[in-house]
Write a protein that binds this ligand. Structure first.
Ligand code: LLP
Length: 463
């Protein structure tokens, strides 16, 4: 089939009726540094390299699909967050974005703390040597067993999410003869500009205890009355992939108001507030995320200002970025399989992975970009939809993007910014084998999470 019979972009664009895409970049070979991890470049032959290693070599050694994580970029982002917030604040990496023992060790070495939200994440953190006092334990429905383990391990804080949990944690701590440091997660009533399923601070959802109807003040009352608890502060997380700082400002203001009310009622100045995570990253060239130092300044300015107005001592601030640290540091490498040009619509490019390694497009309508990375091409841009190999028409990895019209089976393409919530939300749908995560740094590549095997699948099958 002649590819020139199915040319691309602008012609397809005229008839495209759904989807969102911008005009193709002037030169598809140019990698937008906003969406790629920091050591990614093209080498003299036009192939992409990361950490000094060509993707062709990585594909040969580790196979596809695979996630390649730029370790020095990850570490640099950890340091940038820690430096931006300085010694009077704490940065907790949100492990749900992506967690493995290697990541825990990097966090430990770079001076970050860790937010975990399940027994599995807690085990990984402790197993890799994260000191328990640097761990925060989250979740809207921690099991009794999880609470037990967290208290026993001596985690630095448990973030209380319900009235039942206030009592459970207090009793568990008392049984262990300790006072557990806790925060109360409040819902501040902010609608962050993000997808409904990942916005968390409006009232009609499952997380936290509402400020608006006095429930949060009541939760503080109860927590202060229980011997097993040391209430260190209040926590708010307003959502994910947020660019607009206004939501954080409102949240900070409301949290500080609560601290003032607590001071007035109980004569206690709670020493800490946590403003959660949720900072957006660039998935496509159209996204403009803020730098950690801008975020740190904006947050600390507002907290300081509000505290001065309320005549409160400024509390110690903590934040919990997940996506903003790990998201930009990895890309997923795929091999192109079948290519189906649909006349007058677009070209479907199938890859050897799909919704099992990146569910975000199907789940949240997330936007991603994609590039041909095994070579450069001067062919004209072709409007494509990158799809996976699953038995589902919603199995889309990149909804609308441009790739060169001479794309052929066997080419390698990569989707950048897949470090967060891709491997951690990966599934075995259709008995897919979850891809490995390979850390690349200074010319060396090593597997930090291995590829699943068919034996792994069969091992769980006991019938
Ligand atoms: N802190 C708390 C209490 C959280 O619930 C979360 C995310 C974070 C911090 C980290 O948020 P980040 O900085 O990574 O946005 N699966 C969705 C995201 C769900 C996030 C849930 N909580 C996605 O793929 O976009």
């Amino acid at each position: 089939m002649s590819r020139s019979a199915h040319p691309a972009g602008p012609r397809h664009a005229d008839v495209l009726t759904e989807g969102h895409y911008s005009a193709p970049a002037a030169d598809l070979n140019v990698l937008d540094e906003k969406v790629w991890s920091r050591t990614v470049t093209r080498d003299a032959d036009g192939g992409l390299t990361v950490g000094g290693i060509a993707v062709a070599r990585l594909a040969e050694e580790f196979g596809t699909p695979a996630y390649f994580l730029d370790e020095s970029d990850f570490r640099a982002r950890c340091r940038a967050w820690a430096d931006a917030f300085g010694p009077d604040a704490d940065v907790f990496y949100a492990g749900k974005a992506f967690l493995s023992r290697a990541v825990v060790r990097w966090l430990k070495e770079e001076g970050l703390n860790l937010d975990v939200c399940s027994g599995g994440e807690l085990t990984t953190a402790l197993d890799a040597g994260m000191p328990a006092e640097r761990i925060a334990f989250h979740g809207n429905n921690k099991t009794v067993a999880e609470i037990e383990r967290a208290v026993e391990a001596g985690v630095g804080r448990i973030v209380l999410d319900s009235f039942q949990e206030i009592v459970r944690v207090a009793h568990t701590a008392q049984r262990h003869g300790v006072r557990q440091r806790v925060q109360i997660r409040v819902t501040v009533g902010v609608e962050a500009h993000t997808h409904e399923f990942i916005a968390t601070a409006h009232e009609d959802q499952k997380f936290g205890i509402a400020l608006a109807d006095g429930q949060a003040a009541e939760a503080v009352r109860r927590a202060l009355s229980l011997d097993g608890l040391e209430l260190i502060g209040v926590h708010s997380h307003i959502g994910s992939q947020i660019f607009d700082m206004a939501g954080f400002e409102v949240s900070a203001r409301r949290v500080v108001q609560l601290l003032a009310e607590v001071r007035d009622e109980h004569g206690v100045e709670l020493p800490e507030i946590d403003l959660g995570g949720g900072l957006g990253i660039a998935y496509t060239s159209e996204d403009d995320p803020r730098e950690p130092h801008e975020i740190a300044k904006a947050l600390s300015d507002i907290v300081t200002r509000e505290c001065e107005a309320a005549k409160l001592r400024t509390p110690r601030i903590s934040v919990e970025p997940g996506r903003a640290i790990v998201g930009p540091t990895a890309f997923t490498l795929y091999e192109v399989g079948t290519i189906k040009p649909l006349e007058g619509l677009r070209t479907y490019v199938s890859v050897d992975g799909g919704m099992s390694d990146n569910i975000r497009t199907a789940l949240y309508d997330a936007e991603y970009s994609v590039a041909l990375v095994s070579r450069t091409s001067d062919a004209e841009p072709m409007l494509v939809r990158v799809v996976g190999k699953h038995c589902e028409s919603g199995d889309i990895v990149v909804k609308d993007a441009f790739l060169p019209a001479d794309l052929a089976p066997g080419d390698l393409i990569a989707v950048p910014a897949t470090g967060a919530y891709c491997r951690s939300m990966a599934s075995n749908y259709n008995h897919a084998l979850r891809p490995p995560v390979v850390a690349v740094r200074d010319g060396e590549a090593r597997v930090i999470v291995r590829r699943e095997t068919e034996e792994d699948l069969l091992r769980l099958d006991v019938g």
